[in-house]
Design a protein around this ligand. Structure first.
Ligand code: NAD
Length: 409
């Protein structure tokens, strides 16, 4: 099953409970616009290389479309369509005035120099600049893109349209980025963990957490939960994992990663595989790396009673069904990792107003948004005896559907 069909499955499950007609379902599922462009650049060795760039604009009923740009060898139309539609439901769920989009370039940035990545980015924006904009579609960082890439996008777009910081979010602080954007997704995940534990009458302090992925999302989640007193019993990156049932010293681990660029070789912890990390005894499991890591093959071995989806699509629909039957609480990606796009919205709003918020204001507004959204989802799930995922999709689809009807097709 393709990624897009996976996402659509969750959509259809919710849409059937809502009694949405099949025509309305088709209208909401079909991407508004699919852009594929040729991105040729001159490599450092003088040869010409041609890449494919995508921007899938899924839905703009509630506002300009919003979503990241991914540079990865596996970027393709199906994956981008799936991620674009997830953005539509995510922005609706947390009630920010955006629709959903996603894009990327099929490339391996590890094999490209900084100059080549800059050329690739600028050429891509030259191809799509008419289709993006502060009130049309606003890109942001995703896998292998960062504040520097966002700065190049702003620069290139502004050559055509004049000074336009609000065309892209996740920019460096020195170029109209927002305080707190860098850690916003991890901070949002930590806020959700606090809330889900509260629902289970538990505190973060002393709670055992295992986190797969120690990049932007995983490491910030680990640091913030550690500061709240959680025991981070395991973390991993692409090279493998670390386990200590007494809890890892996350501050020391962050310092180790800063100097060595890997979690390997850190202190007294036992090394484990990424597969084993998912099956450890713990109170909360947080997949924060890749999609489809919890699937039909390993779902029976998962011991955590709570899973918070920090990554996009880390659980396959088949495994999701089995976890639901077993009573495992799964906080879905469209809620759990919405902190990043929420602070992107704050950045866009600051750019439009040419005004700056301080970090305390950003974090306070983020906290309000995450807690309010979580409570709405839990209320509906409890009232209608639904999973958190189905409840989240029902709320999101309802908002996008209403906006579509009110505007007229
Ligand atoms: P990142 O590139 O900063 O970090 C990814 C981490 O995953 C790294 O530690 C990497 O070593 C690890 N990893 C890579 N391949 C792996 C493998 N095969 N097994 C185990 N670990 C592996 O990316 P990120 O920004 O932290 O994003 C992580 C996930 O969160 C992605 O699914 C992304 O779409 C999602 N997400 C990110 C944001 C954001 O603001 N960054 C927002 C929403 C969702």
């Amino acid at each position: 099953m393709s990624n897009f069909e996976d996402t659509n499955l969750y959509f259809r499950k919710a849409a059937e409970i809502m009694d949405l007609s099949s025509r309305a379902q088709t209208l909401l599922l079909t991407p508004f616009r699919e852009i594929k462009v040729q991105v040729p650049i001159e490599l450092d060795n003088g040869e010409i290389a041609v890449f494919s760039g995508y921007r899938i604009q899924h839905n703009d009923a509630r506002g300009p479309m919003k979503g990241g740009l991914r540079y990865h060898p596996q970027v393709d139309v199906e994956e981008t369509k799936s991620l674009a539609s997830l953005m539509t439901w995510k922005t609706a769920l947390v009630e920010i005035p955006f629709g959903g989009a996603k894009g990327g370039i099929t490339c391996d940035p590890k094999k490209l120099s900084l100059r080549e990545i800059e050329q690739l980015t600028r050429k891509f924006i030259q191809q799509i600049h008419e289709n993006i904009g502060p009130y049309k579609d606003i890109p942001a960082p995703d896998v292998n893109t960062n504040p520097q890439v966002m700065a190049w996008i702003m620069g290139e777009y502004s050559k055509f349209h004049g000074h336009s910081p609000a065309v892209v979010t996740g920019k460096p602080l020195d170029l109209h980025g927002s305080q707190g954007r860098d850690e916003a997704t991890g901070r949002g995940v930590a806020y959700i963990c606090e809330e889900v534990l509260r629902t289970h009458s538990r505190l973060v302090s002393g709670c055992r957490v295992a986190i797969q992925g120690f990049g932007n999302v995983g490491s910030n989640t680990a640091r913030l939960l550690y500061e709240l007193g959680a025991k981070i019993v395991a973390v991993s990156d692409v090279t493998g994992g670390l386990y200590d049932p007494e809890g890892l010293d996350i501050r020391a681990l962050l310092e180790h990663v800063r100097t060595t660029h890997s979690i390997q070789g850190f202190g007294p912890a036992t090394t484990i595989t990424n597969a084993r990390l998912l099956e450890l005894p713990c109170d909360i499991l947080i997949p924060a790396a890749l999609g489809d890591v919890i699937n039909a093959d390993n779902v029976a071995a998962i011991q955590a009673p709570i899973i918070v989806e920090a990554a996009n699509g880390p659980i396959t629909p088949e495994a999701d069904e089995l976890l639901e039957r077993r009573g495992v609480t799964v906080v879905p990606d469209i809620l759990a990792n919405a902190g990043g796009v929420t602070v992107s919205y704050f950045e866009w709003a600051q750019n439009i107003q040419q005004f700056k918020w301080d970090l305390a204001k950003v974090n306070d507004e983020l906290h309000k948004t995450m807690v309010h959204s979580y409570q709405k989802v839990v209320k509906l799930a409890t009232e209608k005896k639904l999973s958190l995922r189905t409840a989240a999709f029902i709320i999101a689809i309802g908002r996008v559907g209403k906006a579509t009807v009110l505007r007229g097709f």
